[in-house]
Ligand binder design. Sequence first.
Ligand SMILES: [Zn+2]
Length: 349
Amino acid sequence: MSSAPAASLPYSEDGDLNCFRGTAFHTKMSDSYIIGVDVGGTKVAAGLVSPSGKISHQHQIPMVATDASAGLAAVTTVIRAVRTATELDPALPGSIGGIGICAPGPLDPRQGIVINPPNLPGWRNFPLAVEVGNAFDMPVRIDNDGNAAALAEAMWGVGRGCRNVFYATIGTGIGTGLVLDGRIYHGRTGAAAEGGHMTIDYHGPRCGCGKLGCIEVLASGPAIAKRASEKIKLGRNSTIVQERSIPGSSITSEMVGRAFAEGDVVAREVLEETAMFLAIWLGNIVDLLEPDVMVIGGGVAGMLQPFLGQISDQIPSWSVNSRCREIPLLPAHYGVEAGIAGAAALCRQ
Ligand SMILES: [Zn+2]
């Protein structure tokens, strides 16, 4: 009798994240300050994050996305700027406990490797955590921005005290993060929590990922702008067109938001449709995960805030969970600083 080959385990069985520096690192850093770094395609921002999640001493510089070593230099430059500012501030502790970095995925959080993000073409299988760890002789942890922001909300934000947190950032795309039992859920290879690419309408438009009708292609900022634009092309009368500073320029989700605030009917329709798409999506999330709280952040979150009650009211139509009304749907605590806070939270997990 031959036995089946054992399933391969890509990572250590205890599921612990590796940590990257010259020496082993085991403490939780629970009472130390951390430098949180938010790496994006066009900029890299960093700040000092206190044990209670307060951010200070922020710096930001342009990111060099097309070259590996210049990109790394941008990251180390902004970290150095925060460290120097901290050292010069007599009110702050002299030493920093670690560096957390959030970067666009796909990446491998356990090995600390940035794999092949579309908006950072200079980094291909780039060992970011090891490189930064070597530069500063400090523990370094990395993860993608959705996971990191979810952890920050669970640790210090509106999900504080909750064991299971579902987080969505709605902006130019839709990213998600999942904290289960207080820890980021990564899945088998670290590629879990791509909730923005769950299809909710297979007759829907094609998403940038190649699939049809993902929630991202229906409810992100560009999707809101596109649906408003389509209604106006059909001859609907709307003040959205007057929001354009340059006549004839493209409609943006910000214009839809401003028109809604001024009472525009088409803008309201577009945002109500968006709320319905999100209710369908979140109903599925509730049925799969039944989290303690669902948190909405990102650049479009402010515009959707007047609709959160409406979304909550519609979720029971799209969920079999008889107690789904008990799950709060809340605006995120962290706004543009979610990346810095989330990066630092990685070091406290
Ligand atoms: Zn997609």
